[in-house]
Design a protein around this ligand. Sequence first.
Ligand SMILES: [Zn+2]
Length: 323
Amino acid sequence: MAAKTPSASATPGDPGASGLWPGRLAAGGSPFDGITARSPRPDLEAFLASPAVRELAQQICEIGRRMWQRAYVDGNGGNLALRVGPDLALCTPTQISKGFMRPEDLCLVDLAGNQLAGARKRTSEILMHLQIMQRQPRAVASVHCHPPYSTGFAIAGVQPPTCLTSEFELTISLATAPYRTPGTPELGRFVADLVDQHNTILMANHGVVAWSHRSVEDAYFKIETLEAYCHTVLIASQLGKPLKRITPAQLQELLQIKQRQGIPDPRYGLEQCEHCLSTEWRPGETCAAAHCAARPANPPPGGEPDEALVQAIANQIKARTMI
Ligand SMILES: [Zn+2]
């Protein structure tokens, strides 16, 4: 078989490595030169069992264990995928708790979802991961799970407001995909439509999926950050005090740092005032930028903007839970 042993520095997601994973493959710098979806089955099985791929599989198992420990997955729920070649991905199998996987449980698939190697059957949700990777070539890894606070927002149909913490603004670019049956190409298409400008997708009545241009761990960090944020926003909105917002100028600084990190965000290049004039970014907010302070955006009916925001979140959650 033609696969060479990859060095640690060639591992997908190594922030020190130059270029993107697929780009490095195309440039011939891949440690896995010669192995493609069209390679003979014995070569693909040997590739999957090689120490290099086992090391990546071990990383996936470790993230699965962390997801289970934090109760982000339930039963056999959740799944993970990682690009390991121009047309190859490693993924988790179906019918297994993500907390107790072994490297030999993982599967090798092509980018259409056909299983190429591995004893266990690949997850039925692999199509969504592969559609993300095809639509967003920078995505080398993706993680899907059902963390309770984020999924709570996804069930209530409430996308958490922005401009409340620096960590969220620096890490996450969030969008919501409509509900479709898990594992269907239609759901994958809705999610894939959003990954050009967003790295984390709330899936209505289902859960969350995040992708990274670095590693499985980096994709998982986005889920941790979103989950902590949803939890925090819920607590903050119950304290009976106006929420203090990051100003448009402060947000602009965060977006500049975020852009340098290679994280997508549809707000790059917008004027400061456009950040808060948009109800999508800052629902119920009045613009605080000096040059447009006289132009309140979507003035709330009575009360201070932040109080209106707290009320809006509370009302939306209340309205949707009164069945
Ligand atoms: Zn799911």
